[in-house]
Design a protein around this ligand. Structure first.
Ligand code: ATP
Ligand code: MG
Length: 504
């Protein structure tokens, strides 16, 4: 059994878990204490609904609260052991911070009621922005499985720092109210959920997104049967005798993931490091994707460069002979080339081979570091409008020096030139007033990811005013034409009734 005293220990489950048998008896005795923190008896007699709501509404909310409160004993957060081995400060903080507010509790009760989770227990991790709790659930065959519940903190200021990830992100255009913390946090949770869904469906190892309600996200648990979460890559316990080989392979695996993330999911992680990758059995799992941005984010390439630096630094510290940051960057954003394993791995191997053949190979580590530094300082334009001196760059291309441009790989890509990828119109464009309302989308949201597909520049702000007017007029006329052809309701009813009678 893994020991929690080792820095490489996975997160310890807070309760002894027996398959099909829930948690051991010692835990049950703690319930009264939890009930007290849950404040079950102290739910307001009536909910602070608008005055317009009638007495019936109050009653039904009361009924709902008392019905859901029966699940109070299934939330037991007192026992926080998860982080102790890894970070004592964090574990201390956990004890004071794990008390959930009433809104969060109600969301969890509702999820328990719907069977999304059957119990929520101690924190796997407590952080500045979110706590992640372990949870149990019943699988389709009634066996017990584990889930993870990420609860974003609604009363935090640190989300304000995140503004750089939002500005320019089209999915945040509607609904982002930077003055409203709760709303912002809800958007972050929603963003993480959507990103996870996209990453998961691209076959990249990550938690399976299961359910989202406001600031509470339920996902698949990355850990073993007994409820031990996999360690972060930073804490991975790799035996010394296979360290070199394993670290090299993991580095190559990660480059493949980054390219796939960029090309298939159209995302840049934007906080990728050994802290946001979990490790198990030679496999990397990508987590914490709430800040991940789309291609059209004005700083996505800058974030990509940062991800390359952070992960490269980590692997260099493990003794891996890494590729130059610029080579990795080019590999990830090149529109041509494979996006599937094992071809991804093969093309990385080719990069190593090409490096070995090239004249620059004689460069030592120090020189490579200089190259990396130059690359990190370089300005990366994201769109044509941002190109600093377009004439000069065009001249360089004319002189056959196009390959010196940082954005050369983007020249053929839709990121730079505002053209349609495949003529698809994105959902955003269809629905001007689209909001990222998780309440409306979480439960019933279809798996249709077309709203994320890249079309021409987002929004109708690129549209000419006159064109816009004409378009609106045309839509209006088309609608009124359609109305003319519409069969009056009473006639339609009669027709339906007679034809169905005939069938019988
Ligand atoms: N699906 C999961 N399964 C198992 N463990 C998880 C899962 N998701 C997260 N964790 C654990 O919880 C920790 C925190 O998760 P995450 O990185 O998503 O939160 P965070 O946004 O970084 O929180 P903060 O920034 O506030 O620390 C991770 O390092 C990982 O150990
Ligand atoms: Mg994290």
């Amino acid at each position: 059994m893994e020991s929690t005293t080792s820095p490489a220990a996975p997160h310890e489950p807070p309760h002894t878990f027996t398959n099909n048998n829930g948690y051991d008896a010692s835990v049950e005795q703690e319930i009264p204490r939890t009930l007290a923190t849950a404040g079950v008896g102290s739910f307001p007699a009536s909910s602070p609904e608008p005055a317009a709501a009638g007495a019936n509404t109050f009653n039904s909310i009361d009924d709902q609260i008392s019905a859901l409160s029966k699940h109070a004993s299934k939330i037991r957060l007192d026992d926080v052991k998860g982080d102790q081995a890894r970070d004592k400060d964090k574990a201390d903080r956990a004890t004071s911070e794990q008390v959930l507010d009433q809104r969060t509790r109600m969301i969890l009760y509702q999820m328990i009621n719907r069977g999304i989770v059957s119990e929520v227990h101690g924190a796997i991790s407590t952080g500045k922005e979110a706590n992640v709790y372990g949870a149990a659930a019943h699988a389709d065959d009634f066996s017990q499985i584990h889930r993870a519940v990420k609860v974003y903190k609604t009363a935090i200021l640190s989300f304000k720092d995140r503004e750089r990830y939002i500005t320019g992100e089209h999915r945040f255009k509607a609904g982002a109210d930077k003055g409203n913390n709760r709303k912002m946090v809800k958007l972050w949770a929603e963003k993480e959920f959507r990103n996870l869904r996209r990453i998961h469906s691209a076959g990249i190892a990550c938690p399976e997104p299961i359910q989202l309600k406001l600031h509470v996200l339920v996902m698949g648990f990355l850990g073993d049967q007994r409820g031990w979460a996999y360690p972060r890559l930073r804490d991975a316990n790799i035996p010394a005798d296979e360290a070199e080989e394993t670290w090299n392979a993991l580095y190559i695996q990660l480059l493949g993931i980054m390219r796939r993330l960029y090309q298939v999911c159209k995302l840049v992680h934007a906080d990728l490091s050994e802290y946001n990758i979990l490790y198990h059995d030679k496999r990397l799992y990508i987590i914490d994707v709430s800040q991940s941005v789309e291609h059209d984010h004005p700083r996505s390439l800058e974030f990509l460069r940062m991800d390359i630096k952070n992960t490269g630094d980590f692997f260099r510290r493990q003794g891996v002979d890494t590729l130059a940051d610029r080579a990795v960057f080019d590999f990830i954003i090149a529109p041509e080339g494979p996006v599937e394993e094992p071809s991804l791995r093969e093309s990385i191997e080719q990069l190593y081979a090409a490096r070995a053949e090239s004249a620059t190979d004689s460069k030592g580590a120090a020189e490579q570091e200089v190259d990396n530094e130059v690359f990190r300082q370089q300005y990366i334009p994201q769109t044509l409008e941002q190109v600093y001196d377009i004439e000069k760059d065009a001249e360089r291309i004319g002189h056959g020096e196009g390959d010196k441009l940082v954005y050369r790989n983007l020249l053929a890509d839709q990121v730079v030139l505002p053209k349609t990828l495949d003529g698809q119109v994105s959902e955003d464009q269809l629905d001007e007033g689209a909001t990222l309302d998780s309440e409306a989308t979480s439960d019933e949201e279809s798996d249709d990811e077309s709203k994320f597909s890249k079309g021409p520049p987002r929004g109708k702000r690129f549209e000419d005013k006159e064109e816009k007017k004409q378009r609106k007029q045309a839509t209006k006329e088309a609608k009124s034409e359609k109305r003319k052809e519409k069969m009056p309701k009473h006639l339609k009813k009669r027709l339906v009734a007679t034809t169905s009678r005939k069938k019988k």
